[in-house]
Structure formats: structure tokens, C-alpha cells
Design a protein around this ligand. Structure first.
Ligand code: ATP
Ligand code: MG
Length: 261
């Protein structure tokens, strides 16, 4: 089976060498846990291997992604200028060619297909960071959109990495059902132990793969990026919020939802 390296060798080792070609993989987790950094590695590796690469950013601007990548010695500006990569900015709007005017799944699909045509034939990678942005105001649509993206993009020879925010209250990726549609789920987590922030990664699902079932601690290293460290055992209490806090969030969310016209 052909597998695409994620660009993080220590992560590839947990999934038999990489992500099977054509897969749709959900990258889920709380803020600041490393989702975007993994996406940057995945695209950078694609550029190195001659894949056609498209990065869609909704939470950060194009400039911010380029700056973040540069901190890990990854030169996206060069890749873009050499026609190896297209960075679609869905945050800033405006008239630039590769700026998305609205967070519409149809507009995104059209732009991605145009980008692929411009990049040319061949094996391709897309990152959508984040996918949840496209259904913020209608979470019930998540499964349908995820299914739609997977169906359309797999026809264009894409392997897809899509991030999704983590809903602390339900322990499910934000947006119902994405995890069932995805061929793989890479879950990032965090905990604060003795006043220290720690990050972890768990492969929750990777179809057709004898993946590691063990949670691993990870580090984000200046100049290098993401690195998986040792296996770890953490207790549920390390990851969940106190009950009162959780209840407060649920209440606020329900109130918010009932206020949506
Ligand atoms: N140059 C760097 N050196 C070391 N650590 C860094 C560097 N740049 C960023 N980080 C760490 O990475 C974190 C951001 O990771 P990342 O952007 O991947 O999070 P994320 O999971 O995408 O979060 P969100 O859901 O908010 O987008 C920062 O909070 C910081 O701790
Ligand atoms: Mg991010």
C-alpha cells in the first residue's frame, strides 16, 4: 500500500510509515496542541516529494502560516513562488486570487479544484485548517460537508488532512459525525501537570493500518517543529475539566444556541 509521510518521522512510525494515499484524516484537538504545526509538516513534506500541495487556512492569515513555517525552517514562500504549493487564505477575504471571499463549502471546492488545475496532474495533498470553520453556525451539517469534501477531493487524487476543534464538553470533534466519515483520526490533547503544559497525541483511528494504540507525549521544538516522545499513561482527571466548569460551558452553549435566530 502506498503511504504518504506526514513529515514527522516519529509520527510515521506510529502508523506503519504514513497515511494511505487518498485518505481523509481528521486532526482534532484543543487550541495550541499542535494541529496547525502538523499540517505545516504534512504540506512541507509534500512539496519536498513533488506532490501538488494546497493549504487552506481559516483561523490564521496566509502571512501567519508562512511565518510559523519559517520558524521551523520551512520556506513556504519559495514553494509558492516555484508553483509547488498554493496557500488559500479564507480569513482575510478581499480580491486576491487565492483568497476565499466567504466560508462557503461550494466556493472552497471550486477554488481547490482551480488550484489543482493550476498545479497540474499528479499526486496531491490538501490541508483544510480548520474544517470546523465551514459549519460554525450549523454544526448539524458537519457530517454532510465532510462526506462531500471527501467524495469530491478523492476524485482529484488528494490525500486530505483536515483539522477540527475539540469540544471539551462532549469529547467529540466539533461538528457531529466527522469522525465517522474520516478514514483516520489523529487526536491531540493537553494537560497541565505541576504547572507545566504537556501535549499528547493518540492515533484513534487509521483504516487499513496496524497503528499504535498508545498515547504519546509530544514536543514542539524551536527550529524543528513537532516531535513525538515517549509513550505515556495519563489519567482521565488530567484531561477533563472540573464538573462545575463543564456545566457552566454546557449552559452557556445551550443559551447561545437558543439565541441563534
Ligand atoms: N517557534 C516555536 N517554537 C516552539 N514552540 C512553538 C513555536 N511556534 C509555536 N509553538 C508552540 O505551538 C503552539 C501552537 O501550535 P498550533 O498552532 O499547531 O496549535 P493548534 O492546535 O493549531 O491550535 P488552534 O486550534 O488554536 O489553531 C503555540 O502555542 C506554541 O506553544
Ligand atoms: Mg491551528
Amino acid at each position: 500500500m502506498e503511504r504518504l509521510s506526514t513529515g514527522v518521522p516519529t509520527l510515521d512510525a506510529l502508523i506503519e510509515g504514513g497515511i494511505p494515499r487518498g485518505f481523509f484524516v481528521a486532526v482534532v484537538g484543543e487550541p495550541g496542541t499542535g494541529k496547525t504545526i502538523l499540517c505545516i509538516h504534512f504540506i512541507s513534506k509534500g512539496v519536498d516529494e513533488g506532490d501538488k500541495c494546497i493549504y487552506v487556512t481559516t483561523e490564521e492569515s496566509r502571512k501567519s502560516i508562512i511565518t510559523q513555517a519559517r520558524q521551523f525552517n520551512i520556506d513556504f514562500e519559495k514553494a509558492i513562488n516555484e508553483g509547488k504549493m498554493i496557500l488559500i487564505d479564507a480569513l482575510m477575504g478581499g480580491q486576491e486570487k487565492w483568497n476565499l471571499k466567504s466560508l462557503s463549502p461550494d466556493e472552497l471546492t471550486e477554488m481547490i479544484i482551480n488550484a489543482k488545475k493550476e498545479l497540474g496532474y499528479g499526486r496531491a495533498r490538501i490541508v483544510i485548517d480548520s474544517l470546523s470553520a465551514f459549519w460554525l453556525d450549523r454544526p448539524a451539517m458537519a457530517r454532510r460537508y465532510a462526506y462531500y469534501f471527501k467524495k469530491v477531493f478523492s476524485k482529484w487524487d488528494f490525500t486530505i488532512l483536515a483539522t477540527s476543534q475539540y469540544a471539551i464538553t462532549t469529547a467529540e470533534a466539533f461538528g457531529f459525525g466527522v469522525e465517522h466519515v474520516a478514514d483516520g483520526i489523529i487526536r491531540f490533547r493537553r494537560s497541565i501537570k505541576n504547572g507545566l503544559l504537556r501535549r499528547y497525541l493518540l492515533i484513534e483511528k487509521m483504516r487499513q493500518t496496524n497503528h499504535s494504540p498508545v498515547m504519546h507525549e509530544l514536543k514542539i521544538i524551536p527550529g524543528k517543529g513537532l516531535m513525538i516522545l515517549k509513550p505515556t499513561i495519563i489519567r482521565r482527571e488530567d484531561l477533563t475539566l472540573p464538573k462545575q466548569v463543564k456545566n457552566k460551558i454546557v449552559k452557556a452553549r445551550d443559551k447561545g444556541e437558543s439565541e441563534i435566530p
